[in-house]
Write a new protein. Structure first.
Length: 276
């Protein structure tokens, strides 16, 4: 009887050792698998998953050789893992404390807490939703090792309410296609006026010279200088008239070919206030 009890206890102890050894083997295999997955994720740039797997195989329950390697890789991942701090302010520049923060379409647990949010290197889409405002969207590119990158979002100013038109604040509009007089046309028209004025002046002086010749009754034996002076005045009159006609024609041509420009018309209850 006593011998049977001893044999039973020995069987229970042996069974316990077998179960413990199998459990230890499963734990070791889990650690090895986690270390392999962590290395693969680290090389592919998925540092968040790499940190998760390496944290598992760096636990005290894992074999020492696996735990040591995982701890080394874990430090490398922590150094390379970037992070983002998101803040926001309203239209008046005051800090916003409440809102829903989404990064890459997933809701962030940290939201607007001021804490750094670890993210994988690369481009990320950030959206902030605050009650009473439209969503704010921003894209950010995080580099490896970039820690606590600050992204500040600010809501735009609200549009001021429209002011009804008054005498002091008249509405403005634009009239399209109103021709403007170019400076070259003005200069040519001025030249035309000078030409006409020169024609009248020199013609008058030439007539005065002819009157003098008639008064002296020297025809047909008048002095050559006197006759030449009268002819010079009449020639100058003809040239002035020709210049005036050419300038007038060019002025009209440049005016017709000038591009149209918009004019600003101020409208008041009493009608047009002014044209600019």
């Amino acid at each position: 009887m006593k011998r049977a009890r001893i044999l039973g206890m020995a069987f229970v102890v042996a069974a316990s050792f077998s179960v413990g050894e199998a459990s230890a083997q499963r734990s070791a295999q889990t650690c090895v698998t986690a270390s392999e997955e962590g290395q693969v994720a680290q090389k592919s740039g998925d540092l968040l998953r790499a940190r998760e797997r390496l944290l598992l195989c760096a636990a005290e329950s894992c074999p020492a050789v696996v735990r040591t390697d995982c701890a080394v890789w874990m430090r490398e991942v922590e150094l390379a893992l970037p992070s983002l701090v998101v803040s926001a302010s309203d239209e008046d520049g005051h800090d916003v404390f409440e809102g829903t923060l989404e990064i890459d379409g997933k809701r962030s647990v940290e939201s607007l807490s001021g804490k750094a949010i670890p993210l994988n290197p690369g481009r990320h889409a950030v959206r902030l939703i605050v009650p009473g405002h439209g969503p704010l969207d921003e894209s950010v590119l995080l580099a490896e090792g970039e820690k606590s990158r600050v992204l500040h979002l600010r809501f735009p100013l609200r549009a001021a309410p429209a002011t009804p038109p008054t005498e002091r604040n008249p509405p403005k509009g634009e009239v399209k296609g109103s021709p403007g007089i170019p400076p070259v046309s003005i200069a040519l028209f001025g030249g035309a006026l000078l030409g006409v004025g020169g024609f009248a002046t020199f013609g008058y002086l030439g007539s005065k010279e002819v009157d003098k010749l008639d008064a002296s009754r020297c025809k047909p034996d008048c002095a050559v200088d006197d006759v030449s002076r009268a002819r010079t005045f009449f020639l100058a009159a003809d040239i002035s008239l020709a210049v005036g006609i050419v300038c007038a024609g060019l002025g009209v041509w440049t005016l017709l070919r000038a591009p149209t420009r918009a004019r600003t018309v101020v409208v008041t209850p009493g009608g047009l206030r002014g044209v600019f």
